[in-house]
Design a protein around this ligand. Structure first.
Ligand SMILES: CC(C)(COP(=O)(O)OP(=O)(O)OC[C@H]1O[C@@H](n2cnc3c(N)ncnc32)[C@H](O)[C@@H]1OP(=O)(O)O)[C@@H](O)C(=O)NCCC(=O)NCCS
Length: 214
């Protein structure tokens, strides 16, 4: 897990939409200082609140070089695609260039119990519960209030939406989108890049690139 308690607490969010503002509040609750956001070219911004727009992403290669970074682009799913490719490409670019600047966001209100393995640059937001024996992959988001129960295995670059419930021993592949308030029954496997609709219940395994409900 990324260590964030360094002398420099200045942080910049990449992306300036709703997810960025949610991250801002968690980062500030962690005691980091959010300088603002850089807009991701081609991704709609949603200005509001107190998140200052510092320019576009090109600024990262100019004068911003010592700050922590957090990926503020969320998901835009449809039945055919998770819409997570932009998040993933930002992560891969940052890792190839300067991995140690991506910060994990773990909201102080999250409850993480027992032996939980947390990857690089994860985002565990307000009110999330993660139970013992679970592994969370790199660049994965556990969004507001979701519950990932015991012994789950969540792959890299996956997005678990607000209020979703993953019962015990669920396996979720890389790059999946799990919609708000979805429920995944115990022991289910969800293949890579699958889309789980908001509010749906997953009662049988979902193949790679699959969709629930069928
Ligand atoms: C599943 C989802 C990705 C589909 O998006 P889409 O491809 O744009 O789907 P559409 O709105 O065109 O709907 C296509 C069909 O699926 C149905 N559908 C859409 N969402 C559904 C859902 N959550 N559950 C069940 N059926 C759904 C629609 O009624 C429609 O049915 P029809 O063809 O019989 O008319 C989207 O509806 C969804 O659930 N998004 C998750 C949002 C979310 O949780 N965001 C969290 C962000 S923080």
């Amino acid at each position: 897990m990324t260590t964030f308690l360094r002398e420099n607490r200045d942080t910049i969010i990449i992306g300036a939409g709703g997810h960025a503002r949610v991250l801002q509040s968690s980062l500030e609750a962690m005691g980091l200082v959010v300088l603002g956001a850089v807009e991701k070219i081609g991704v709609a911004a949603a200005p509001g609140g107190t998140l200052e727009i510092l320019g576009d992403e090109m600024r990262l290669s100019e004068d911003l070089s010592t700050e922590w970074l957090a990926i503020g682009v969320g998901a835009v799913p449809s039945k055919d695609t998770t819409g997570l490719h932009v998040r993933r490409s930002i992560y891969e670019t940052q890792v190839s260039q300067r991995r140690d600047r991506l910060v994990s966001v773990i909201d102080p209100t999250a409850i993480i119990r027992g032996a939980v393995e947390i990857g690089h640059a994860v985002q565990i937001l307000a009110g999330v519960t993660i139970q013992t024996g679970t592994r969370i992959g790199n660049n994965t988001v556990a969004n507001t209030g979701c519950c990932i129960d015991h012994d789950c295995d969540i792959g890299n670059h996956t997005f678990v939406g607000p209020g979703a419930v993953l019962c015990g021993s669920v396996a979720v592949g890389e790059g999946c989108f799990i919609g708000a308030n979805a429920t995944v029954l115990p022991g289910i496997s969800i293949g890579r890049n699958a889309v789980i609709a908001a509010g749906s219940t997953v009662v049988q395994d979902v193949p790679p690139d699959g969709y629930n409900p069928r």
